[in-house]
Design a protein around this ligand. Structure first.
Ligand SMILES: [Zn+2]
Length: 416
């Protein structure tokens, strides 16, 4: 029986959320904001303090550490647990004051520093699962930072457990903390060689028991329209305005389907994100999303056909269509290594929870890791209402996430 104390993980978590680590979407350096390194350094020091002497941190703000195998078996794959230190730019992360509501009684929680911020069970029904136990909120003026300091805390607490209980057998456990996940740069400067893991798990998911092994596949598309330009005073019958052609293309897109605002679950979409141009030349940028690469291909073909048919109505105008590959559904990789998700399911069950398999209508660092050599599904930590002032987390869920990590270490050892 693996048991991790909700109180000790809560204490750890509350220490980490007080460190301001907001990443900067406009930043061009790595990390995008220097302050992320404050937490990286703290984690590095704490790992050293646990006796994990190989722990390092680098100029980009990554933290790497290995808890060496204590098993006689030599063929156990090295498994990585990964979480991000940064918080989302959507909401302030400065001067976070976490509050532990020790025995949540089901009543509205009015956040003291801004009493317009009220956490209600009616809006957050998952609170029902946590009556009479501990939940942590912010004080109302900032986000909490459970995304993803709950993942950081779960990994640190599990690391301590491995060190304190050598009877728990495991292979090499790799720890990785990354900066800049929230601004899409989490894997930008990661050194996979140095990490040396075969399989990984990001600890960056929601409700207890949830396991996400599927993400969107993502492309960008750019349609460039070339108009015909002449002096506007003498343009009759000659001028073709690229901006008007671009407008017509946008208008020709379906209105009741095929967009983020009209799709859900496993449906894909096409979404214009920017229009730039002058009368002579205009470009429309799109994001294209689906769960399969074939689906992406079909969306591209359809978008191209609609655009070409529209441009044909403007004699003289021409267009180019460009596809930009972004990331791919991690499932295409994970299906080749079914044990990665299967062991995660078993670990969640051994922690006493029911597995909820989910797919993400977005990307994670795990999708990128899966395509750079480390198949990597995403595991719950309990985080709720992320990127907002009403963010909260249950201390029990966090402890269960840490227990799941310990079970995973043991399962990989047992089955190798
Ligand atoms: Zn996250």
């Amino acid at each position: 029986m693996i048991q991790i104390s909700p109180d000790s993980i809560a204490e750890r978590f509350m220490r980490y959320v007080k460190v301001d680590t907001q990443s900067d979407p406009t930043g061009t350096s790595h990390p995008t904001s220097e302050k992320q390194k404050d937490l990286s350094k703290m984690l590095w020091q704490e790992l050293l303090g646990m006796g994990i002497t190989n722990a390092t941190t680098d100029e980009y703000g990554y933290v790497y550490a290995t808890i060496a195998s204590n098993s006689d078996k030599k063929n156990i794959p090295a498994i990585c647990f990964c979480a991000h230190v940064d918080t989302a730019p959507d909401c302030s992360g400065t001067n976070v004051k976490p509050i532990l509501h020790r025995y949540y009684d089901g009543k509205d929680i009015v956040l003291p520093d801004d009493n317009t911020q009220v956490l209600r069970m009616a809006d957050s029904p998952y609170l029902k699962n946590h009556l009479n136990s501990g939940v942590i909120t912010s004080s109302g003026t900032t986000l909490l930072g459970a995304d993803d300091k709950s993942g950081v805390a779960a990994i640190m607490e599990a690391a301590l457990y491995f060190i304190q209980y050598p009877a728990v057998k495991h292979g090499d456990i790799k720890i990785l903390f990354t900066p800049d996940e929230e601004v899409g740069q989490g894997t930008a400067k990661v050194d996979m060689q140095k990490l040396g893991a075969q399989f990984g798990y990001t600890m960056d998911g929601g409700e207890a028991g949830s396991l996400e092994d599927e993400t969107f596949s993502a492309d960008g598309a750019a349609i460039t329209v070339n108009g015909v330009i002449t002096h506007p005073g003498y343009a009759k019958g000659k001028l073709v305005n690229a901006l008007k052609v671009a407008g017509a293309i946008l208008d020709a897109l379906p209105k009741k389907e095929w967009s983020p605002e009209t799709t859900e679950k496993r449906e894909g979409f096409v979404h214009p994100t920017a229009v730039n141009g002058i009368a002579e030349k205009a470009t429309i940028q799109f994001i294209v999303r689906d769960f399969t690469t074939d689906g992406l291909q079909r969306h591209h073909e359809r978008l191209k056909k609609i655009s070409e048919e529209t441009v044909e109505k403007f004699p003289g105008a021409t267009m180019e269509y460009k596809t930009i590959e972004q990331y791919r559904n991690m499932k295409e990789v994970l299906d080749k290594h079914p044990q990665v998700a299967a062991y995660a399911e078993e670990a969640i069950q051994r922690a006493g929870l029911t597995v909820k398999k989910e797919s993400i209508r977005g990307g994670t660092d795990g999708s990128r890791f899966s395509y750079i050599g480390m198949p990597c599904p995403n595991i719950f930590t309990g985080m709720q209402n992320i990127h907002s002032k009403l963010e909260w987390i249950s201390i029990k869920d966090m402890a269960k996430a840490a227990e799941t990590i310990v079970h995973l270490g043991m399962i990989w050892e047992e089955k190798s």
